[in-house]
Design a binder for this molecule. Structure first.
Ligand code: GLU
Length: 523
């Protein structure tokens, strides 16, 4: 696949028409295969980053990294009325958070910038002008009222509204008069019959005779802002995009884009449309549901690796489904020709399970674990701050021990600050009377356990504790094992359930166990 793609790229470079602008200068050098793949993620900052966007971005990232190319973030902010404050920042932040940062972007800059369409108006004006010159585009003076009437009429006749191409036929004098009067026209692209057949790298051969179903589209609005189609084609060209990987919903637009490329005399990129990402039941992943935004998953304590893993597992493009893939593995295994045309169904209920796996992996890496230790410390400070009686619980050694013991059981780091694990950080208020209802032998048991903790040379692992506690109950009359364990559990944690007593004792450490037992005795 690599050879095929790179071969195609080389021949495309060889055939690249002159006047490809800035990008040709940038590419300048040897045009080696390693610099040839350029892909882009081009969201509109009309909303915050969600799972669907992440998947499109990720596939672009994987493709770029697999072929040693560049991954570009371009923000398509030409519809100024739909901009959402903070969305542009959020998209860049979330790509960084997810671990798939762009090589070039509005924030990072780069040789093909600016990367915000609103700052590239000059390029769209130039392209429109070129199209006007060749007659591939024309000025349209139709008023919004006329267009509205056309639309209403079509709907009344149960037809799909389309522009009737009236201004195609205006004579040059009429146009000059209108311009002299100060009318501000839009520019429309003349859709010609004879759309090209093209091979989508996912959906295969496609042809869409767009001219027979649509009226000529506006490419430049009267305020000088382009519409999506023109801006996308102009930017993909000037940014030297080699492959357009985007959602399937844009497949039908490709015919229009190819007509634009042809009219501008530019070589189009390759196209690969990605199937939709849907909920498990086949319903649409709604952008309106707050819970598909990346920020939500981040603040709920899910790891970025988890999201990358789950959204690719339910997609395709990999040899098989396998939980727990890391980003380097995703890059290595990604195969664009393996992306199927079926929608990808996402089962978000499995998210905790994915996260548990990724957490185990991180915990087994010393450097990563140290980072997690720091994160836990911050969380504990936040949740328990004032209530911490002994700040030793925040030491690296203590949190490290707790993390290692909890791996495999906790699915998110956050679980460690949930009420079920509050005993790790705060001492329970347990009264003597409460414990005596569990076993009348409170004092005897306490003494035995305190003694055990003092045993010279003993290493208090879970195994040792299990054996020794069992032995203590066996050799001491009146101390029944089950009651002893129940009593210890409540004395140490104030809770009836949780991990095994031995595990709790190890996670608390001997000093804290001693402290808690002594407290009970003196209560
Ligand atoms: N701005 C379009 C979007 O929001 C980009 C489509 C494309 O990738 O060409 O999805």
């Amino acid at each position: 696949m690599a050879a095929l793609l790179l071969g195609q790229l080389r021949s495309r470079l060889a055939r690249a028409p002159s006047g490809a602008g800035r990008w040709r200068e940038y590419r300048g050098g040897p045009g080696t295969p390693s610099s040839a793949v350029r892909v882009r993620f081009a969201p509109s900052p009309t909303g915050f980053m969600h799972l669907g966007g992440l998947r499109t971005a990720l596939y672009n990232y994987l493709f770029a990294k697999k072929y040693k190319g560049s991954f570009i973030l371009r923000l398509e902010d030409t519809d100024q009325t739909r901009l959402v404050p903070g969305a542009a920042e959020n998209i860049e932040d979330m790509l960084e958070w997810a671990g798939i940062p762009p090589d070039e972007s509005p924030r990072r800059g780069g040789p093909a910038g600016p990367y915000l369409q609103s700052q590239r108006l000059e390029l769209y004006a130039q392209a429109s002008e070129a199209l006007l010159q060749t007659g591939a585009a024309y000025r349209c003076f139709c008023t919004p009222q006329r267009l509205e009437l056309l639309k209403k009429e079509a709907l009344r006749n149960h037809q799909t509204p389309r522009y009737d191409n009236r201004c195609r036929h205006l004579n040059p004098e009429h146009v000059a008069r209108k311009l002299a009067e100060g009318s501000k026209p839009t520019i429309r692209f003349r859709l010609e019959e004879g759309a090209e057949t093209f091979q989508d790298l996912v959906y295969g051969w496609n042809r869409h005779e767009v001219a027979s179903v649509e009226g000529d589209p506006v490419i430049l609005k009267s305020d000088g802002f382009p519409t999506y189609h023109l801006a996308c084609v102009v930017d993909d060209h000037h940014m030297g995009i080699s492959h357009v990987l985007r959602g399937k919903e844009w497949l039908v637009s490709t015919a229009k884009h190819l007509l634009l490329y042809r009219a501008l005399g530019w070589e189009p990129p390759h196209f690969a449309h990605l199937p939709l990402l849907l909920n498990k039941d086949g319903s649409k992943l709604s952008k309106r549901q707050g819970d598909i935004f990346l920020e939500h998953f981040a603040s709920a304590g899910f790891l970025p690796e988890t999201l990358l893993d789950i959204i690719t597992n339910y997609g395709s493009g990999f040899a098989g489904n396998q939980m727990g893939r890391t980003l380097p593995e995703l890059i290595e295994q990604f195969d664009l020709t393996g992306v199927s045309t079926h929608s990808a169904l996402l089962d978000l209920e499995k998210l905790p399970e994915y996260n548990r796996l990724h957490l185990i992996r991180l915990l087994n890496d010393k450097a990563q674990r140290l980072q997690l230790v720091k994160e836990v410390r911050v969380m504990v400070e936040e949740v328990y701050g004032e209530q911490l009686e002994d700040r030793d619980v925040l030491s690296d050694a203590s949190i490290d021990r707790i993390l290692l013991l909890g791996q495999g059981r906790i699915s998110r780091l956050k679980d460690l600050v949930s009420p079920a694990y509050s005993y790790l950080w705060t001492r329970p208020a347990v009264a003597r009377a409460q414990l005596q209802t569990i076993s009348g032998e409170l004092d005897v048991i306490a003494k035995l356990v305190l003694g055990l903790l003092e045993t010279p040379g003993i290493s208090l692992t879970q195994e040792v504790l299990n054996q020794e506690l069992k032995k203590l109950s066996e050799k001491t009359e009146g101390v029944e094992y089950v009651r002893m364990m129940k009593l210890l559990r409540v004395a140490l944690t104030g809770q009836q359930h949780g991990p095994t007593v031995a595990e709790m004792m190890v996670s608390l450490g001997p000093r804290e166990v001693r402290e808690r037992i002594q407290r009970v005795l003196s209560s």
